[in-house]
Design a protein around this ligand. Structure first.
Ligand code: SF4
Length: 329
């Protein structure tokens, strides 16, 4: 890109929607409220959401992040992350007499329920997702003997199912919509009787953020995606930006990771953020751009979001009990 740019021609296209989805918002508030309600420490199995800043902030408030329930002291409180857990993890928590609070996103729980239902109906489940991702591990744990992981079209040829006329596909919630459909097409070719899930497994937030980044990428020389490297939906945004015409695209956790060299010859910068990114981190990237002559920020809105989820039932119960005790005191 050797186009000459001037202060006046430089602009930022800011994608909307971006950042926090309803499931992340709920999970983060769950940890904050649990800390207020029960006091520190509150244990959290895995990162509550895949964002470095969020995890560091909650750690400072007294959350202790662990990899496995075995690391949580007996009788302590443990919160399960937004990505969901396999039933065996609930069992382990019960055996250790932990008080568990399940912050699994309701849209992940929906996929778990589909897996249980199709396994009961004796289907083989072809789960499209990324090997090793926590959500995939949790969903597969609902019916391990019936579920086959499909990590892209390359895996389709080697799939061995019990009955080719009784197969259903499900997916991780944070995949690329376009790439998933390529995998589904390959599966349909291999299994003509393949059943589809009753509704989209890729969640509304993932889909909306991909549509939004597509819209800004067609006009952007550079797209900066704010998000962590272990965030599936944020990584997908970089891929979708590049596939949709962005000259370049980078993922940053923090504004100080942005590089001046990225702006050489650039007139239009697109900015967006993954579903687990608080807006303060986007504001800091916008400030970084503004001091480099990119102060003209135009918001490009492709959808409105109003979804909210109520807090986990275990926490609501204790908050209600506390409120009632306060009233009667
Ligand atoms: S990205 Fe989607 S599935 Fe994941 S927490 Fe957000 S709303 Fe739930």
């Amino acid at each position: 890109m050797d186009r000459m740019t001037t202060e006046t021609s430089r602009r930022v296209l800011l994608a909307a929607p971006r950042g926090y989805c309803a499931g992340v918002d709920r999970a983060v508030i769950t940890v904050e409220k649990a800390l207020e309600q029960y006091g520190a420490p509150v244990y959290v199995r895995k990162q509550i959401v895949h964002n470095k800043y969020v995890v560091q902030t909650l750690e400072k408030k007294g959350a202790v992040f662990v990899d496995e329930t075995a690391e949580v002291p007996e009788n302590a409180i443990v919160i399960f992350s937004a990505h969901g857990v396999a039933p065996v993890v609930h069992e382990e928590a019960g055996q250790r007499r932990l008080a568990s609070i399940d912050a699994t996103c309701p849209l992940v729980t929906k996929v778990h329920k589909e897996a249980v239902r199709y396994a009961k109906e004796d289907y083989d489940i072809l789960l499209i997702g990324h090997e090793g991702h926590e959500e995939v591990v949790g969903t597969m744990g609902e019916a391990p003997e019936r579920t086959h992981l499909v990590d892209g079209p390359k895996d389709v040829a080697d799939l061995a199912v019990r009955d080719e006329s009784k197969v259903v596909w499900l997916s991780q919630t944070t995949l690329s919509v376009d790439e998933t459909m390529e995998t589904v097409d390959a599966l349909k070719e291999r299994f003509p009787n393949l059943l589809s899930p009753p509704s989209d497994d890729i969640c509304y937030a993932t889909q909306n953020r991909q549509v939004a980044v597509k819209q800004i990428s067609a006009e952007a020389d550079l797209v900066i995606v704010v998000g962590s490297r272990n965030s599936s939906n944020a990584i997908r945004l970089v891929e979708v930006a590049l596939q949709s015409g962005a000259g370049a695209s980078y993922l940053v956790d923090f504004a100080d990771e942005c590089e001046d060299g990225w702006l050489e010859g650039v007139a239009t910068v697109g900015v967006t953020s993954g579903a687990s990114v608080p807006e303060i981190l986007v504001d800091q990237v916008l400030e970084w751009l503004a001091v480099r002559g990119f102060a003209d920020v135009q918001v490009v809105t492709s959808a409105q979001e109003s979804i909210q989820f109520s807090l986990p039932k275990e926490l609501r119960r204790d908050l209600r009990a506390e409120a009632a005790a306060g009233e009667s005191a």
